[in-house]
Design a protein around this ligand. Structure first.
Ligand code: SF4
Length: 355
């Protein structure tokens, strides 16, 4: 395994020339020592700033149809047989989806992701989503819409493009080798086919991964390079939320430094792609979320599909504190100032100390 300093030099040189990053160098990033963490973050940050400056793209999720999926993806709280007590409902009306989306846009989101659980849409579902896209764009002019409806059948990608979808999300999630471990009802190749179909139909391909499911470093590098090969414009990096009632319940493998290394590895493998910090960031990165913004150029604002995120206000504070600006806004949200509070507890008082 090469040392991380040399590996970072080679990865940076590859990014400068558009050359392919070496898998061994990306694995060295994942196995780097804590004392090298800032070197890793700095190398990724240079690429983030080169390609995106200080802009942060905010995406907002609207779960159009939640739970009761017939597929068995192990990591998913909506899977077949899931006992997770998540919301379960069928299709939101276009008007309701547009109202939900407008709340995210008002909070600064420039892309709305319309997501539905299930193996894939019927042709009727595609038409229904078309009406929702029209309602979202009517209520929030200028917003980008990404559809995420599962595996696409013949002609459905082209139809979604006609109906106004700007992008299509379908995550590869993990490496081809590890895929059978996380799902038995569809294959890695099915996912690749859908991302390709979306791109060929003119939608921007959005495809990412989930870390923390028991995969190896080689699996993470493999999926990051697979996304590069596939030409994913936008790469959501999710950190497993091991819902009780799912097969991965109790799987806690991640810590904030590991998450930073994973994000940096994905950035170094895909220098110019939009890398989005996605589900699990509050739980796994915790106080390191601000540092992660030096690597990624996009986050989800507010809540996720079946779990709650931190308050949108805290997200905007995170961005302001990093000196960054949400895409589409002229300037950073105002920095937060808290009044100085005089101590009234601990030494010299009869109240317990703050410890
Ligand atoms: S297909 Fe989608 S909604 Fe269904 S179990 Fe898999 S990830 Fe969850």
């Amino acid at each position: 395994m090469p040392g991380v300093t040399d590996a970072l030099d080679r990865l940076s040189a590859a990014a400068d020339t558009g050359g392919a990053p070496a898998a061994a160098d990306l694995e060295a990033v994942l196995s780097s020592a804590d004392a090298e963490l800032m070197d890793v973050v700095a190398a990724a940050a240079r690429l983030r700033f080169r390609h995106f400056g200080n802009r942060v793209k905010l995406n907002y999720l609207v779960n159009l149809k939640s739970g009761l999926c017939p597929e068995d993806c192990n990591y998913c709280s909506q899977r077949l047989g899931s006992k997770a007590e998540v919301l379960k409902y069928t299709w939101l009306s276009p008007e309701e989806a547009a109202a939900q989306a407008a709340a995210g846009v008002a909070g600064g989101a420039s892309r709305v992701c319309l997501v539905a659980s299930g193996r894939g849409p019927s042709d009727m579902d595609v038409e229904r989503v078309g009406k929702t896209i029209a309602a979202v764009k009517g209520a929030s002019p200028g917003v980008e819409v990404c559809a995420c409806l599962g595996l696409l059948g013949e002609g459905q990608a082209a139809r979604l493009t006609e109906l106004g979808a700007d992008a299509y999300n379908h995550n590869l999630n993990t490496s081809e080798d590890a895929y059978a471990e996380v799902c038995s009802t569809h294959a890695f190749a099915d996912r690749v086919d859908t991302v390709r179909a979306a791109r060929e139909a003119g939608m921007s391909p959005c495809s990412g991964l989930i870390a923390g499911m028991g995969e190896s470093d080689a699996d993470l590098v493999s999926v990051a390079l697979g996304l590069r090969e596939l030409g994913s414009d936008s790469i959501p990096v999710n950190f497993l939320l091991p819902f009780d009632g799912t097969p991965l319940e109790g799987t806690w493998e991640l810590d904030p430094r590991r998450c930073l290394r994973i994000l940096a590895m994905v950035r170094l493998a895909n220098p110019a792609a939009e890398v989005r910090l996605a589900a699990g960031r509050e739980v796994h990165l915790r106080h390191m979320q601000g540092l992660a913004l030096q690597i990624v150029n996009s986050i989800f604002l507010g809540d996720y599909l079946t779990s709650e995120g931190q308050a949108a206000k805290e997200d905007l504070e995170l961005i302001a504190d990093a000196g960054m600006v949400p895409l589409g806004l002229e300037e950073a949200p105002e920095a937060v100032r808290e009044a100085v509070r005089v101590r009234r507890r601990g030494a010299g008082t009869d109240r317990a100390p703050n410890a």
